[in-house]
Design a protein around this ligand. Sequence first.
Ligand SMILES: Cc1cc2nc3c(=O)[nH]c(=O)nc-3n(C[C@H](O)[C@H](O)[C@H](O)COP(=O)(O)OP(=O)(O)OC[C@H]3O[C@@H](n4cnc5c(N)ncnc54)[C@H](O)[C@@H]3O)c2cc1C
Length: 152
Amino acid sequence: MGVCLQAYLRRTPADLEALLPLSPAIRLVKGAYNEPPDVALARKRDVDAAYAVLAGRLLERAAQGEARAVFGTHDLGLIARLRDRALAVGAAPGAYEVHMLYGIRAAQQRALQSEGVPVRVLISYGTHWFPWYMRRLAERPANVWFVLKNLV
Ligand SMILES: Cc1cc2nc3c(=O)[nH]c(=O)nc-3n(C[C@H](O)[C@H](O)[C@H](O)COP(=O)(O)OP(=O)(O)OC[C@H]3O[C@@H](n4cnc5c(N)ncnc54)[C@H](O)[C@@H]3O)c2cc1C
């Protein structure tokens, strides 16, 4: 069993420190929902910076086999920086995973996998797949065009 931590939440650094002694499986994401500024960082660059710090901490533990580190992001620049950080702390490519949504950046998913980084994709299934997809489209309306293009 694992947990998802959202890098934009102000509480997450403390949550991560509380979880690390448990040798946890953690999927780190940036955070998708609108939260008030006292709860979550509002600016994208602050969220990206927070993500990099949290991911670095997680990688240190993953390098020692004391955590399962999963990066749930499509941000290729961030992934490249994390891979450098992994090298610096001695975490082999197989010591962490990258998770993305099914259909997003498929070529880069394959490239990462071929370089030894385990990649998993998230798909929705079961009775609630439709509301799940509608929420994803609402978060990123540009994907309506992406879906139509692929249907054709
Ligand atoms: C496996 C997985 C699990 C997740 N679980 C949660 C969760 O439990 N709770 C939660 O709050 N959030 C979750 N998220 C969403 C996450 O918080 C972000 O909102 C989302 O991943 C977009 O941020 P990003 O890290 O990809 O970076 P961004 O900086 O937002 O995006 C980087 C680039 O990736 C591309 N991109 C990003 N998203 C999409 C998209 N949907 N479609 C097409 N291109 C895109 C864009 O080109 C963008 O420029 C999850 C994401 C993934 C991949």
